[in-house]
Design a protein around this ligand. Structure first.
Ligand code: ZN
Length: 98
């Protein structure tokens, strides 16, 4: 009779060990997933800062990629303008550099 109990005990231990391994594996894979998400976020953030750093953006008036200066007008509208457009618009309305 007690040999059956030992057999059952061994099965329970094996099941417990297997469960622990399964949980640990699941946890580590979830952690890996988190790392990947964080990496993508970081990469995306880096990309954003790169676009912010690069000054060659499209002018909101002539649509040419040039070095822009950002202005706001009397109505609070913000526009990135190249030198040429700034000259043209600046004659007609007040522009406030940001
Ligand atoms: Zn322009």
């Amino acid at each position: 009779m007690w040999i059956w109990m030992i057999g059952l005990f061994i099965i329970v231990i094996i099941a417990a060990v297997w469960a622990v391994i399964a949980i640990t594996k699941k946890n580590s894979s979830e952690r890996r997933k988190d790392n990947i998400v964080q990496l993508t976020k970081r990469r995306r953030a880096m990309k954003n800062s790169e676009t912010l750093a690069s000054r060659n953006q499209k002018c909101s008036r002539c649509n040419k990629a040039k070095r822009l200066i950002f202005y706001s007008n009397d109505w609070g509208h913000v526009a990135g303008l190249c030198k040429e457009c700034r000259k043209e618009i600046g004659d007609k309305q007040e522009l406030y550099p940001i």
